[in-house]
Design a protein around this ligand. Structure first.
Ligand code: HEM
Ligand SMILES: *[C@@H]1O[C@H](CO)[C@@H](O)[C@H](O)[C@H]1NC(C)=O
Ligand SMILES: *[C@@H]1O[C@H](CO)[C@@H](O)[C@H](O)[C@H]1NC(C)=O
Length: 446
């Protein structure tokens, strides 16, 4: 029954501009498809979530009154590509300025959404090193902000924030609703686009015709579809290891796991399209058309978060991403188009990871997925810092890798004899969509 929904695509056509990549792709016989090889689980992450059946309205009602009343961002208050961070900032669970710190993230995301501390520490620390200022501990939840620059002003490049020139670091193409950064059109990676929302709703309406609910299986299918769409429409589509394989999908699961409503009837959560629209900053016009308001993400009144006793953890991020790779192996390929649409060419994961991962299928093992994430972050961090800092500040920032970044990665596992991975600067060479930039004319566009 499901097979009608899915699109099977044939081997990519290759361009001659990148002969070594073309050769590699030919060897791999890349066959893209968005038919799940095994069904994506109804309740992803740790299997204990499938059994959770408690609901406590007092504890789970999200406070959207008083200091947590919704307010649109004012001039200078930054919002970006993350529906969860934007909503948290609009309700004062994060600083309304849009400038995050370790403390505000861990406390705010726990109180608003029941995202567990091991997950927030991991995400926040990696983001601080990739997109923020590890020396002051601040980062922007959107585009670049001078508020996070060093007071001495000696930063070499621009500290990017999580979108715009934060592209390929944490943020990647084929997001739930955001644009691909190097696409010919619809190329803001900070803003949301109505057609991608409609694509998501179309999947939900087909899978769940009576409710239209947005479920984990809907998001998993949409994630696979979005990559196929990018390959077919964006000549410069690129998926790096961490941002493209792990993080983009992690956000798809956050969309459901942390932004669903809960009740006695649905203790594990349910998400309607109307509530999605509020949480993503959308309204409908008089003809029912979708209208997007940048940065206006809003938690509905009378909305119930995940039970704290059933929190979403770092382990859930890792397991659910591994489950996506089991169901949709092509969703977990590193690589990109080579300057033309439908020219996707995979990069050999064995080469990037020193043999830790030899195929997308290997990523369906959560333990290997966890080490892959840890390895990719360690491989990328020094180069990202080097592009932003210089002199003594660079040395200080690099020193913080050992004292702050590595401890935050430790919960991913001991990963004995982890080979040194390659950075996106090395393996992205030759792909037009893999140019990591740290500033330019688009820094103020969103
Ligand atoms: C430190 C914590 C977090 C960081 C650093 C972060 C960062 C990001 C980034 C960089 C993106 C863009 C990803 C892409 O390009 O596909 C994103 C997307 C997203 N995030 Fe977060 N996020 C965090 C926490 C959360 C939380 C707590 C939620 C939910 C409550 C959430 C929900 C989402 C959703 C739904 C999207 C997809 C938006 C779209 O494509 O329309 N995130 N996040
Ligand atoms: C529900 O949560 C509230 C607030 O945390 C707590 O006081 C109450 O005891 C809980 N009720 C039950 C039945 O567990
Ligand atoms: C959330 O779920 C509760 C329980 O089903 C319901 O009463 C409430 O109206 C829902 N909230 C929204 C905004 O739909």
């Amino acid at each position: 029954m499901l097979s009608k929904l899915f699109l099977v695509l044939e081997v990519a056509s290759l361009v001659t501009a990148y002969p070594h990549i073309a050769e590699l792709a030919a060897k791999q016989h890349v066959r893209r498809q968005s038919i799940p090889t095994v069904p994506f689980p109804e309740w992803p992450g740790n299997p204990t979530h499938a059994l959770y059946n408690q609901f406590n309205a007092t504890e789970q009602l999200i406070d959207v009154t008083g200091e947590h009343a919704w307010a649109a961002p004012t001039q200078g208050q930054i919002r970006g590509p993350c529906a969860g961070l934007n909503a948290a900032a609009n309700h004062g669970y994060l600083p309304r300025s849009g400038i995050a710190t370790a403390e505000s993230i861990s406390e705010g995301l726990w109180n608003a959404f029941s995202l567990a501390l091991d997950a927030t520490v991991f995400l926040e620390t990696a983001t601080r090193f990739f997109d923020g200022n590890p020396i002051t501990g601040e980062w922007s939840i959107g585009y670049a902000s001078s508020a996070v620059d060093l007071p001495t002003g000696t930063a070499l490049g621009q500290i990017t924030g999580i979108c715009d020139y934060g592209h390929l670091k944490t943020e990647a193409d084929a997001s739930i609703t955001r644009g691909d950064f190097f696409a010919p059109t619809q190329n803001s990676n900070c803003r949301s686009y109505t057609n991608f929302v409609q694509d998501l709703f179309d999947v939900a309406n087909k899978m769940n015709p009576s409710t239209g609910f947005l479920t984990p299986q809907v998001y998993a299918q949409h994630s696979a579809n979005r990559k196929v769409y990018s390959i077919e429409n964006n000549p410069n589509y690129f998926a790096p290891a961490y941002a493209g394989v792990a993080f983009t999908f992690g956000a798809h699961m956050f969309a459901w796991a942390l932004l669903s409503n809960h009740s006695a009837e649905y203790p594990r959560g349910y998400q309607t399209q109307d509530n999605f629209l509020s949480l993503w900053g959308y309204t409908r016009g008089s003809k029912g058309q979708l209208i997007y308001n940048y940065g206006h993400e809003r938690i509905p009144n009378n909305y119930y978060k995940r039970a704290p006793a059933d929190a979403w953890t770092l382990e859930d991020i890792v397991i659910s991403t591994a489950q996506q790779c089991a169901s949709y192996p092509s969703n977990c390929q590193i690589g990109g188009n080579t300057g033309k649409v439908n020219s996707f060419s995979g990069i050999d994961p064995g080469d990037i990871t020193g043999g830790l991962i030899n195929s997308a299928k290997d990523l369906s093992d959560p333990a290997r997925m966890a080490c892959f994430i840890s390895q990719a972050i360690q491989a990328d961090a020094p180069g990202f810092l080097d592009a932003v800092f210089e002199g003594p500040e660079l040395n200080e920032a690099l020193g913080l890798i050992n004292t702050q970044l590595l401890p935050a990665l430790a919960p991913l596992g001991s990963c004995p004899n982890l080979p040194k991975g390659k950075s996106v600067f090395a393996y992205g060479h030759g792909y037009p969509g893999a140019q990591v930039q740290f500033g330019g004319p688009r820094a103020t566009e969103h």
